[in-house]
Design a protein around this ligand. Structure first.
Ligand code: NAD
Ligand code: UDX
Length: 482
């Protein structure tokens, strides 16, 4: 079966880039990405391709190539469902904020709405592809809704989780480590559906990288991959705290263990804590699933990854207060970076949100600079926590357009995202315009500590001994302060 028409429900961080690449690599397939969010679709259709709603290196070029040719963005969900033979569901599956499983389980409300809409609209057989990250056995629930509320047509459900990471999405999509497709290999229709999706990817991915498994393995592999990745970050972050107490250097440890081919060098960067829309949500979901089967030891094991991450974010903020002579009240602290990692404008679960909230509770005056995140997003992130009213957030925290404005007259700077541009700043100039002693907290270990110390900064990095400013500078700054 050759697919000619694809619909993707959800034009977000996954649906948008993934479908753009599928359309780019399969010019003969019409790909329509639909969403109920009108502004998002309007932005995807913006005449100026640089205004698409997601910042992702290389994405605008792919959209420019395919949009209007065989890639379309639309709010006409029913029409796109009706026309397509294959429908990807790529809607959000956040942690539940109410009812049973609150704070743990994935909220499948949007998934179910999609299933009901597809069932209502579909007049011909359809292949449904789970692109969203879902609890294991969700395909069963989807099938039940589709079969019981549909018009008597046949639905084949495939699981095809997405492994792209934000900031490198286009490269990850062009050169994936693997494509995973879970399908029903016991039926002819299941095999045909699986092969149809294999063919879509085979346009640019070599067949040995396209794995086919049963549906449940595919669904659970996605949660497992994210749990393993996050676990590595929490593991190195746990060691970073021990390093700070012993004089060991976490960067040297990462290098030493990463050269063991059984461990490997990736995902061993100590940080202020992992963020992003996936790791926490997916591990909490895994914990919830394990508990629902009564597997308490399994649940506790994975929950520890989150507990460690929360601890890492909190201790970074606590260290700022402690180092600034136990009070930051009324002190200006510049935060460089708000996105959860570099090269994205996504801020979901970013460590910066929690560090800022902690410091605001200590009555600091915060100034934020991020090269890609807009002020309204930063305020929305803080308001969502509900720690104080929106007016207070806007009074106590300012967002500026230039890094040097953020750092002027600051008591301290905290680097919270590893944007490359931070490394290239004129740090001498920044030092000169700060209050003294000039403290710098590098939550990503990206800056040259020795150079900063020579300039006069007192630097704190993750998992490394604190570096004091040079003696000469110390005397000068004490004299200035006095
Ligand atoms: P997102 O919030 O950026 O996008 C989801 C979109 O779905 C939104 O624009 C929303 O308006 C739309 N939507 C919701 N219900 C709809 C409906 N009934 N009809 C039409 N549109 C609807 O989310 P995302 O980051 O793209 O994530 C989507 C899924 O992919 C999640 O399950 C997530 O766990 C998974 N995932 C995300 C990433 C990532 O890096 N962000 C990576 C791999 C997997
Ligand atoms: C993750 C998975 O990597 C991806 O496969 C999945 O599809 C979605 O979730 P993403 O959250 O976009 O991707 O980015 P990722 O590169 O995994 O980083 C997640 C967080 O961990 C970021 O906050 C990052 O800064 C942090 N991190 C990552 C570290 O602190 N140290 C590391 O060594 C690696």
């Amino acid at each position: 079966m050759k697919i000619k028409n694809i619909c993707c429900i959800g034009a977000g961080y996954v649906g948008g880039p993934t479908m753009a690449v599928i359309a780019q690599k399969n010019p003969e397939i019409k790909v329509t990405v639909v969403d109920i969010n009108k502004e998002r679709i309007a932005a995807w259709n913006d005449e100026n391709v640089e205004n698409i709603p997601i910042y992702e290196p290389g994405l605008s070029a792919v959209v420019a190539e395919a949009r209007g040719r065989n890639l379309f963005f639309s709010t006409e969900v029913d029409k796109a469902i009706d026309e397509a033979e294959m429908i990807f569901i790529s809607v959000n599956t956040p942690t539940k904020t109410y009812g049973i499983g609150k704070g743990m389980a994935a909220d499948l409300k949007w998934i179910e709405l999609c299933a009901r809409q597809i069932a209502r609209v579909a007049k011909e057989d359809k292949i449904i592809v789970e692109k969203s990250t879902l609890p294991v056995r969700t395909a069963e629930a989807l099938k039940s809704i589709l079969d019981n509320t549909g018009n008597g047509v046949n639905f084949q459900i495939l699981s095809n989780p997405e492994f792209l990471a934000e900031g490198t999405a286009i490269d990850d999509l062009h050169n994936p480590d693997r494509i995973l497709i879970g399908g029903d290999s016991s039926s002819k229709a299941g095999k045909i559906a699986t092969q149809a999706l294999v063919d879509v990817y085979a346009s640019w991915v070599s067949e040995e990288k396209i794995l086919t498994t049963n549906v449940w393995s595919s669904e659970l592999s996605k949660l497992t991959a994210n749990a393993f990745l996050a676990q590595r970050v929490s593991s190195i972050n746990a060691m970073s705290e021990l390093c700070e107490h012993t004089g060991a250097d976490v960067n040297e440890i990462s290098r030493a263990i990463g050269m063991d081919s059984r461990i490997g060098p990736k995902f061993l960067k100590a940080s202020v804590g992992f963020g992003g829309s996936c790791f926490q949500k997916d591990i909490l979901n895994l914990v919830y699933i394990a508990k629902s089967f009564g597997l308490n030891e399994v649940a506790d094991y994975w929950e520890q990854v989150i507990i460690m991450n929360d601890h890492q974010k909190r201790r970074f903020a606590e260290n700022i207060v402690k180092t600034l002579f136990n009070t930051v009240s009324g002190k200006k602290i510049a935060l460089l970076g708000w996105a959860f990692k570099k090269d994205t404008n996504d801020t979901r679960e970013s460590a910066a949100i929690y560090v800022a909230d902690y410091l605001l509770n200590e009555r600091a005056e915060i100034v934020v600079y991020d090269p890609k995140v807009k002020a309204e997003q930063i305020y929305a992130d803080l308001d969502y926590l509900g720690s104080r009213n929106p007016e207070e957030n806007r009074n106590l925290l300012k967002v500026v357009e230039k890094p040097y404005t953020a750092c002027k007259d600051a008591h301290a700077i905290a680097v919270l995202t590893e944007w490359d541009e931070f490394k290239a700043y004129d740090w001498e100039n920044i030092y000169n315009c700060m209050l003294k002693p000039a403290f710098l907290f590098d939550g990503r270990n990206i800056l040259d500590r020795k150079k900063l110390a020579n300039l006069g900064f007192a630097t704190n990095s993750i998992g490394l001994p604190a570096v004091q400013m040079s003696k000469e500078k110390k005397l000068t700054s004490l004299a200035t302060a006095g």
